[in-house]
Design a protein around this ligand. Structure first.
Ligand code: NAP
Length: 254
């Protein structure tokens, strides 16, 4: 038997995590660092409430403000990563926008905003990163954060669900096209993940999820982060094109 705990070690690797000023993206960035990677974090806002200590002082983390739904933003993020760390091995496409509204109320601008933040951003960041991932020699890994809503749209979520279904389909297409270049591409579909104020804002929904969940709780950002580190690591070297559902079993029962 070959393989060891070292398969989960990301020392010497460099990762980009889009949309990582807070929430799930911040947890992913922290877990990647704990696994040994240097991490370039990103969001549109320069206000960076989540940075651990001082990003400018730390040698294994940095932050670059950019809108990854634009070609210029995606390119600038990859360029800043190469300038700071000299290589790129892992891309986590986590940036996203969730708005709610009845399908009939979603005008063209609202549709475009969600599709751009959630799906076009993945297309653009991968496009900007693919050359550097290939050049890293480590076998690049891309993880796209989709949603259980990709396959189970709920009322008021059709535009968001469509954007996440696009992410899942794009993941599979990219896995087929980039596999021969040595680059793996996978998706994670989280279920409901906790965030500050969620329970106060939506007590009945959270209670319903808890009651239905086979594992008895809603998600924590770190639940998604742990799955992400696995898919980005050499331990997942023969896994590409999957959509890993991380939802405590909720989609089995509702
Ligand atoms: N929370 C959940 O229950 C849940 C469930 C399933 C899937 N997801 C998915 O998981 C991901 C993270 O969710 P979250 O709840 O942690 O989100 P969040 O708290 O709203 O954080 C989103 C992050 O993305 C950044 N962002 C948004 N648009 C961006 C853009 N165009 N360019 C660069 N950064 C951008 C935001 O910062 P700025 O606004 O400053 O740019 C922020 O850092 C999203 O893709 C979401 O759809 C979440």
């Amino acid at each position: 038997m070959t393989g060891s705990a070292a398969d989960f070690d990301l020392s010497g690797r460099v990762a980009i995590v889009t949309g990582s000023s807070q929430g799930i993206g911040l947890a992913i960035a922290q877990r990647l660092r704990e696994a040994g990677a240097a991490v370039m974090r990103n969001a549109r806002s320069v206000a960076d409430s989540g940075h651990e200590g001082s990003d400018t002082a730390a040698t294994d983390t940095a932050f670059h403000a950019a809108d990854v739904a634009t070609e210029a933003g995606a390119r600038a993020l990859v360029a800043a990563t190469l300038a700071r760390f000299g290589r790129l091995d892992i891309v986590i496409n986590n940036a996203g926008l969730q708005t709610r509204g009845a399908w009939s109320d979603i005008n063209a601008d609202a549709w475009d905003a969600v599709m751009a933040a959630n799906a076009r951003s993945v297309h653009l960041v991968v496009g900007a990163a693919v050359h550097a991932l290939r050049a890293s020699g480590s076998g690049g890994a891309i993880v796209n954060i989709a949603s259980v809503r990709a396959e189970r749209p709920g009322s008021g979520m059709s535009h968001y669900s469509a954007s996440k279904a696009a992410v899942v389909a794009l993941t599979r297409g990219l896995a087929a096209e980039l596999g021969p270049l040595g680059i793996r591409v996978n998706a994670i579909s989280p279920g409901l993940v906790d965030r500050p104020g969620l329970e106060e804002a939506w007590p009945e929904g959270v209670a319903r999820f808890r009651q239905d969940a086979p594992l008895g709780r809603i998600g924590r950002p770190v639940d998604v982060a742990n799955a992400c580190v696995f898919l980005a690591s050499p331990a997942a070297d023969w896994i590409t094109g999957v959509n890993l559902v991380v939802d405590g079993g909720v989609s089995l029962v509702r």
